[in-house]
Design a protein around this ligand. Structure first.
Ligand SMILES: [Fe+2]
Length: 189
């Protein structure tokens, strides 16, 4: 995978299902790249992972199904690492119920994700995209609390909401320390 390939994949997806998620993906990619640079992580990888994390949305408007659709799509074109990010990016809190929206896919798919989450040990790229997703809108960047509140206003408060919020706070703290700056100061890019 390289930047040009990732942009091409997103452009094809845009032709299938254009929407705010395209610019959101670019925003996640730019922030991920910036943070990666400060953390001695591979910036190109961070950019591509950011750009492709929501690629399942190429298949249309959907809720958490985009996770599994993205995973399957990236696997189908031989991109295993990007497939992994499609699955892990939503689960800052590593629990099958740790989603803001709802499962709109088959029972077997949900079971697959559940087992996958149990089997995987998160690495810093998983964590990076989880954080950048939580800070990126389609219109730009925001404090993490903004997306937390808007998601709950839209989908309601769940048993896992507090754990998910706490996991996002932990991620912010983790990357503030790792990058040596408050991540919020990177928003002026
Ligand atoms: Fe996203």
């Amino acid at each position: 995978m390289n930047r040009e390939m990732a942009k091409q994949i997103l452009a094809e997806a845009k032709a299938l299902n254009d929407g705010g998620w395209i610019q959101h993906s670019y925003n996640v990619a730019h922030l991920a790249e910036k943070i990666a640079g400060l953390c001695n992580m591979d910036v190109d990888k961070a950019y591509c992972f950011g750009l492709l994390h929501d690629i399942g949305r190429r298949n249309g408007t959907m809720q958490s199904r985009h996770i599994i659709d993205g995973y399957k799509y990236m696997l189908s074109i031989g991109c295993n690492e990007e497939a992994r990010i499609c699955l892990t990016h939503t689960f800052q809190y590593k629990d099958i119920h740790g989603i803001y929206d709802n499962w709109d896919c088959e029972k077997e798919d949900i079971e697959f994700v559940e087992n996958y989450l149990k089997s995987v040990e998160y690495n810093d790229f998983d964590r990076l995209i989880q954080l950048c997703d939580a800070l990126s809108l389609s219109s730009g960047y925001c404090y993490m609390e903004k997306k937390m509140v808007s998601a709950v206003r839209k989908f309601g408060f769940k048993n896992t909401t507090i754990q998910k919020w706490n996991a996002i706070f932990d991620l912010k703290e983790f990357f503030d320390q790792k990058a040596g700056v408050d991540i919020y100061t990177l928003f002026d890019m």
